[in-house]
Design a protein around this ligand. Structure first.
Ligand SMILES: [Zn+2]
Length: 266
């Protein structure tokens, strides 16, 4: 009898240890939020990731991910592995012609500048802070705007196939006010990057960042704390842009995710 009670007790305890809740759909490009017992260790594909004091963690699925993803939860030397299949997304092909030639293939004299821009963006995206804003609901950055470009589409610029588009484009008039999609800390605020023009990056915690590009005006500074809905800048056509629009990006470290997966627009 005593053994049986211990057995039941152990099982209940064991199950509780590995209670795992996952929010988000397992599609390519999507962001997934998990919740498990605080104090657990979480590994995604064998890589240990940060878990908040409330037991929340986050990760993303790359655009072309085909292999199943492995989530391992370890607590008090017990471990459990969860394996999830990834569903495919269908991506579009988008042609843009009549771009100035130097915007399609940058002239050599800009290589150094582009390299430096990429370094700044890469550094901002590599921040692994304890913030847990990623766990809140995102809000669209512009009201009543039309989506003119989606994540994953293959771009053919002046007939030359380029790397896929990883952003979500909103058409809007120059000067339209842009609202922060989520609480965050500004980790990059640059007026004039070669490709992205006026650019802001926010850290939302655990490697989740958002980027806003082609801005005309920027109202925030690096290090500033921003609340969801705050006006952070205005729509412009700076950098490589065919016209005034807002392009937003969502990342889990260097993994480029689909911003539409966190906004109610799909
Ligand atoms: Zn775009």
């Amino acid at each position: 009898m005593k053994k049986l009670i211990i057995f039941i007790f152990f099982n209940l305890f064991f199950l509780d240890l590995h209670a795992l809740e996952l929010k988000g759909k397992f599609y390519q490009g999507n962001l997934i939020i998990g919740n498990t017992k605080p104090g657990s260790q979480v590994f995604i594909d064998k890589k240990k990731i940060k878990i908040s004091s409330e037991g929340f963690f986050v990760f993303g699925l790359s655009k072309d991910r085909k292999n199943d993803i492995t989530i391992k939860v370890v607590k008090d030397k017990n471990s459990k592995i969860f394996i999830k299949k990834i569903k495919k997304k269908i991506y579009k092909t988008q042609r843009i012609d009549k771009l100035p030639k130097k915007q399609v293939t940058p002239p050599k004299e800009f290589y150094e500048r582009i390299k430096n821009d990429n370094k700044l963006i890469g550094e901002a995206r590599s921040i692994n802070s304890d913030l847990s804003f990623f766990n809140n609901k995102f809000q669209v950055p512009l009201k009543n705007s039309i989506i003119t470009g989606v994540y994953g589409s293959q771009r053919i610029l002046n007939g030359i196939p380029k790397s896929p588009h990883y952003g979500l484009d909103f058409a809007a008039n120059e000067g339209t006010k842009i609202k922060a999609m989520l609480d965050g800390v500004v980790t990059l605020s640059e007026k004039n990057l070669y490709y992205t023009g006026g650019t802001i990056i926010f850290d939302h915690g655990h490697g989740i960042s958002t980027l806003y590009m082609h801005l005309k005006d920027i109202y925030v500074k690096k290090g500033q704390n921003i609340k969801q809905g705050d006006i952070i800048g205005t729509v412009g056509k700076t950098g490589r842009s065919t016209g005034a629009h807002l392009d937003i990006r969502l990342n889990w470290f260097d993994v480029k995710l689909d911003p539409a997966s966190v906004l109610d627009i799909n």
